[in-house]
Design a protein around this ligand. Structure first.
Ligand SMILES: [Zn+2]
Length: 127
């Protein structure tokens, strides 16, 4: 994917989607929520899929996220992935599995949240 540099605040529909993702309970969600209040869009995907790169304010509190993709959501023929690198909000990626002639921006009411379950503790007895 090719990102085009931009510099703008979140659009309302992007903010709604981000808020929706961060309404889920997962490790670090509170810090990510705080970061999302002052986030800037610094890139958007050239293809028009709606994927955006986010930049948080400097000195933001890092989230204790366990995973590179702490939260995602899925809808009909699309996934929304939120990336956090080292506890800092990164890309909001929208993945389409079909090619609709017109791609409406996904709305929260079309999506279901999904967080990867935590890794199970290692069972040493079975080795
Ligand atoms: Zn794209």
């Amino acid at each position: 994917m090719t990102m085009i540099p931009v510099k703008r605040p979140l659009h309302d529909e992007e903010k709604a989607l981000l808020d929706f993702l961060l309404s889920a309970e997962f490790p670090g969600h509170q810090e990510l929520k705080a970061q999302a209040e002052h986030v800037e869009v610094v890139g958007r995907c050239k293809c028009g899929c709606g994927t955006i790169d986010l930049r948080v304010e400097p000195h933001s509190l890092r989230a204790n996220t366990e995973k590179h993709i702490p939260i995602e959501a899925y809808g009909e023929a699309l996934d929304v992935l939120l990336f956090a690198q080292n506890g800092i909000l990164g890309m909001l990626e929208i993945v389409y599995y079909a090619e609709p002639p017109e791609r409406p921006y996904p709305r929260p009411d079309q999506l279901k949240l999904w967080a990867r379950p935590p890794l199970p503790p290692k069972d040493v007895s079975s080795i």
